[in-house]
Design a binder for this molecule. Sequence first.
Ligand code: IPD
Ligand code: CA
Length: 311
Amino acid sequence: MAEVNLQEIHDTLLSIAFEAGRMILGANPNDVSTGTKLNSVDIVTETDQAVERMISTRLKTTYPTFAFVGEETYVAGETRVTDAPTFIVDPIDGTTNFIHGFPNACVSLGFAVGRVPSVGVVYNPFQDLLFTGIRGHGSFVQRNASLAEGAAGRGPKQRLPLAGRGSGAAAPPLTGLGAALVAVEWGSSRDGPNFEVKARTFERLAASREAGGSMVHSLRSLGSAALNLCACAAGQVDAYWEGGCYAWDVCAGWCILAEAGGFVASGNPGEWEPAIDSRVYLAVRGAPSGQRELVEEFWAVIGDGRMDYQH
Ligand code: IPD
Ligand code: CA
């Protein structure tokens, strides 16, 4: 097996992310041809497909022995994430935002070894906002990221989490759901048992204590699993819960979150170390205390509901 140099892979993914960003910005979502997959809200555009072709061509040329899993070439029941070094890629995460011109979409480039997210590059070209992480070497955010090196205006790289939410102090402890800002997503399944678990959990999270709820500070949906995970890595949300997304939605953001002191538990109660392709996730931000307690409190809210998605 070829030697794995994570820094070199990170540098390659960065260059690809900027090229993908130019392609995404160059596409007019009003003109691109659009199709659907599972249903009318599971949308794919010709830009998603063109960007993935560019990414896979570049990666297969540079790293011909490494495996590649991409959203647009995934075949249900056939494509698997194995232990081999694998690029796990979503050409546009946040396609719904992309077609609506809502500026929260990104290219999500992950690399896993032994099914462990080991490099993550998440780039939102609409905001020129870059998140990166390398296993064992920390994770970072950079604004104005694509400006030429040294050019005036290029933002500094800031280590994640953004300490004290930007105040320069240490990341605060987690003190429970009642003080939490929580990211969630409706996803594309809009009926059946999974949908019921989600809708019921959203209601319980939001409801007042008097009404039997957790009364979280609020719920947020960035419309991109990768950007939700990066917001969690930054400490901008305290937790992110979702069922239904895939390995390519989470691989890059997972690495970035883990390097910022956070972790991903299962979105179903009881499992602390979910597989990368388990499709149900609960991410928690870095904090000096209260992480496991927050997960247990969240699992109690879900109760005996379980989400179960086909692979
Ligand atoms: C979707 C986004 C969304 C999440 C869905 C994903 P896509 O990815 O990450 O936030 O709720 O589960 O499928 O379709 O924009 O690549
Ligand atoms: Ca996608």
